[in-house]
Design a protein around this ligand. Structure first.
Ligand SMILES: Cc1cc2nc3c(=O)[nH]c(=O)nc-3n(C[C@H](O)[C@H](O)[C@H](O)COP(=O)(O)OP(=O)(O)OC[C@H]3O[C@@H](n4cnc5c(N)ncnc54)[C@H](O)[C@@H]3O)c2cc1C
Length: 138
C-alpha cells in the first residue's frame, strides 16, 4: 500500500505514520511519526531528506514497512530488522552489542548530515539550538 516514502501508492503525498503504517508499539509509532515529520518539514523547505541507514533501528523499522511481503505483519522493532555484523563469531549478547554500537555510530553520522543540510540552507543554528543538540553529559 505504501511507497518508499511511506506515502499511499494510490494517493502520493498522503503519508501514513504510526500503527496504521505497519509498525507496532508506542515507541515505534512515535518514531515513525517523528521521521515523517522530519521528512515533510524538509520537503516543504526544498531540502533533501533520507531516512536513517538500514543499520540503525529506525532504518530497520522503515525497511520493514518498505519491504514487499505477501504475509506482512505489523511489528515492533527487532534486531532481525538490521543486518547482522559480518565476519565475527560472537554470542547473541555480543552480536547485539555490536549491532547497537554500529547503529549508534551510523545514527550519529546520519544526524550530523541532517543538521548540516539544515545549516547550509538556513544558516548555522543559534546557540540555544546547538545546546539542545548536544548530548547531555558531554
Ligand atoms: C490493549 C493494548 C495494549 C497495548 N500495550 C502496549 C504496550 O504495553 N506497549 C506498547 O509499546 N504498545 C502497546 N500497544 C500498542 C500501542 O497502543 C500502539 O502501537 C500505539 O498506540 C499506536 O500509536 P498511534 O499513534 O499510531 O495510534 P493510536 O494510539 O491508535 O492513535 C490514533 C488516534 O487517532 C484517532 N483517530 C482515529 N480515527 C480518527 C479520525 N477519523 N479522526 C480523528 N482522529 C482519529 C484515534 O482516536 C486515536 O487517538 C497496546 C495496544 C493495545 C490495544
Amino acid at each position: 500500500m505504501l511507497d518508499d516514502d511511506l506515502a499511499l501508492r494510490s494517493r502520493p503525498g498522503v503519508y501514513l505514520a504510526g500503527q496504521i503504517s505497519g509498525v507496532e508499539g508506542y515507541v515505534e509509532s512515535a518514531a515513525c511519526g517523528m521521521l515523517l515529520g522530519m521528512k515533510v518539514a524538509h520537503e516543504v523547505r526544498g531540502l533533501a531528506f533520507s531516512f536513517p541507514p538500514a543499520t540503525t533501528m529506525l532504518g530497520g523499522m522503515v525497511g520493514h514497512l518498505r519491504e514487499p511481503n505477501d504475509d506482512f505483519q505489523p511489528s515492533n522493532v527487532m534486531f532481525s530488522m538490521v543486518p547482522a555484523v559480518e565476519g565475527r563469531s560472537l554470542n547473541k549478547r555480543a552480536r547485539r552489542d555490536a549491532q547497537s554500537a554500529r547503529a549508534l555510530q551510523d545514527l550519529g553520522a546520519w544526524l550530523s548530515g541532517v543538521v548540516e543540510s539544515n545549516d547550509e540552507r538556513i544558516g548555522p543554528a543559534r546557540t540555544a539550538d546547538r545546546r539542545l543538540r548536544s548530548i547531555p553529559g558531554e
